[in-house]
Design a binder for this molecule. Structure first.
Ligand code: GTP
Ligand code: MG
Length: 576
């Protein structure tokens, strides 16, 4: 399945050819039929001799309707370029060819129409002219098929030639990221809102939840059609008609775009690389009312030239475009730039960066993913995919990191660990990036929320405070002079237990449990605080927190004035 657009000067026979090939008159409007002039896009489908399906988008040739032409050719695979033998190469032959070039169309062939009324010399002249005009473009060397559509002459040859061309034309790629630029929106009787467009990037299914931009409205696909036939699913490269739930038909306009939520970066600023048309008779500067054609839409843009003040005809440069509304764009998207004051196409090209970080005075955009990473230092791998369309394995955690930045971070971490001394570096003091990067240091290790050099001895193994506590276990001295971080770490490791501001050694609490067990063995009815205090040889100040610890761990239970056995009371034999 391929989508092919017509192109060519007004009245050269595009619509007649589409009707000849498909049986469908692409001119849908009464005014078009009455005037014999295409105003808006037309659509038709046929089966080629090979059995392949050909979707045709018929565009208007009149210069006044160039924006409709631009809306139709954005997502097509190839072009059926029409030149009338009676007239030869004309201004919109030229402009359409330039536009197709700028949009990156790479496949096509030429139909030399009206060979019936033209005498053979004229036909031959037109052929030569075409060959000359398309030299160096994607149509260079393409077949030129003479036809006379009303009488059917040449149509079979043309069908075969289209078949042959499409055999070597790639279909739209499937990246699992569908995007549909709306080229028509209307209300269908009994169905509600219907939009049409050429689908690229991925498939769409009935019941898909989509977002309509730039409004940001959530919609659902109620039904899908391809040339009036109902489908459950349509692959990229299809002409699509979608019946949408969630938006009124008059809230959707040509140029709007449907995507799946979360798959795209929405942007109002892009850096891009336009090629300026060689036949332009003036340089392109930031002055002038510029309009960018992106997808099926036209967007008035503010433009800043990156580098020089102006771009000469025939040159390629970089610009920053400021769009009035946010669109889901990706590097590689094509655009055409026109100047609305002069009503002329000035150039066009490729979007390079959908989220420029450098100031315009310094920006040197290109398609490099490394540049995008370098400008950010750290970038979430998922975000990088949205920004570039490229999947990169994260270097650290979920981050893709510029190599220079990663090295600097690791060096900084090593310095900080060394400076922190034997206690190591508190992880809480690090930012997300540093914490993740720390995992890459093979000469450092995590020790309970702290980062220490791997070869450093454990400074807490024989901590002097533990010795002090051991001398009077039930009446421990206050931890005066003990480093707070070290004390916290001793508590975290369970070597020291804190209760009501008193710090006990862990063995002291265990011994207290044994003491309670012995007291209860003597009198199962319970013991009082003063009995415990006497047995422990301490004062209320230390006895109360110790008992609170025993109650808290289920060794004892409080009943009135006495402690009785709790579920965790050790047996008296075991602690000896
Ligand atoms: N004899 C002859 N007449 C043709 C041929 N193709 C088109 N015509 C006539 O030329 C006129 C214009 O044809 P269209 O098909 O409307 O031209 P078009 O390129 O679609 O014009 P726009 O869409 O307005 O740009 C019509 O009167 C056609 O009947 C052809 O191959 N031979
Ligand atoms: Mg037409």
């Amino acid at each position: 399945m391929h989508v092919v657009a017509t192109a060519g000067h007004v009245d050269h026979g595009k619509s007649t050819l589409v009707k000849g090939l498909t049986g469908t008159d692409p001119d849908r409007f009464a005014e078009e039929k009455a005037r014999g002039l295409t105003i808006d896009l037309g659509f038709a489908v046929t089966t080629l001799p090979s059995g392949a399906t050909l979707s045709l988008v018929d565009v208007p040739g009149h210069v006044r309707f160039i924006k409709n032409m631009l809306a139709g050719v954005g997502a097509v695979d190839a072009c059926l370029f029409v030149v009338a033998a009676t007239e030869g190469w004309k201004p919109q032959s030229e402009e359409h060819l330039r536009i197709l070039e700028l949009l990156g169309v790479r496949h096509g062939l030429v139909a030399l129409t009206k060979i019936g009324p033209a005498d053979p010399d004229l036909v031959e002249l037109a052929r030569l002219e075409i060959e000359e005009q398309v030299a160096g473009t994607f149509l260079d060397g393409a077949p030129v098929i003479g036809v006379d559509a009303p009488s059917g002459v040449g149509l079979d040859d043309l069908r075969s030639a289209i078949d042959e061309m499409l055999a070597s034309t790639p279909t739209a790629e499937d990246h699992g990221r569908p995007r549909l630029w709306v080229d028509r929106a209307f209300a269908a009787k009994g169905a509600g809102t219907v939009v049409t467009g050429t689908l690229t990037g991925g498939s769409l299914r009935v019941d898909d939840e989509l977002e309509l931009h730039p409004r940001g409205v959530k919609v659902r696909v109620r039904a899908l059609q391809n040339h009036y036939s109902e489908r459950d699913e349509l692959p990229p490269g299809s002409r699509c008609a979608l019946n949408l739930v969630g938006v009124a038909h008059d809230e959707v306009v040509r140029g709007d775009v449907l995507v799946k939520p979360g798959q795209w970066h929405l942007t109002t600023v892009v850096d891009a690389s336009p090629q300026v048309l060689g036949r332009l008779d003036h340089p392109v500067s930031r002055r002038g009312a510029h309009v960018a054609y992106l997808g099926a839409g036209e967007h008035p843009v503010r433009m800043r030239i990156l580098g020089p003040d102006a771009l000469d005809p025939g040159s390629q440069g970089s610009v920053r475009l400021f769009l009035p509304e946010a669109l889901p764009l990706l590097p590689g998207d094509r655009f055409v730039l026109r100047e609305s004051g002069r009503a002329e196409t000035v150039g066009g090209g490729e979007v390079l960066d959908v989220d420029p970080r450098e100031r315009a005075s310094r920006a040197r955009p290109d398609r490099s993913v490394d540049r995008v990473v370098r400008e950010r230092g750290w970038v979430d791998a998922d975000e990088l995919f949205l920004l570039t369309g490229t999947n990169r394995d994260p270097d650290v955690g979920r981050w893709v990191v510029d190599p220079g930045v990663l090295k600097a971070t690791l060096d900084r971490l090593r310095d900080a660990i060394r400076t922190a001394g034997p206690m190591g570096l508190d992880l809480a003091a690090l930012d997300d990036h540093e914490r993740e990067a720390a995992g890459l240091l093979d000469d450092a290790a995590f020790e309970g929320g702290r980062l220490v050099m791997a070869d450093a001895a454990d400074p807490l193994a024989d901590h002097p405070f533990l010795d002090v506590l051991a001398t009077t276990p039930f009446a421990p001295p206050a931890p005066d002079g003990v480093d707070r971080a070290e004390l916290r770490e001793l508590v975290r490791r369970g070597q020291v237990v804190e209760q009501d501001g008193i710090f006990f050694a862990a063995p002291a609490v265990e011994a207290a449990a044994g003491l309670a067990a012995r007291l209860l063995a003597g009198d199962p009815g319970g013991f009082t605080v003063s009995t415990f205090r006497e047995a422990a040889g301490n004062t209320r100040k230390h006895a109360m927190p110790l008992l609170a610890l025993l109650d808290g761990t289920g060794v004892t239970r409080r009943r009135g004035d006495v402690r009785i056995a709790g579920p965790r009371l050790p047996s008296t034999g075991s602690e000896a």
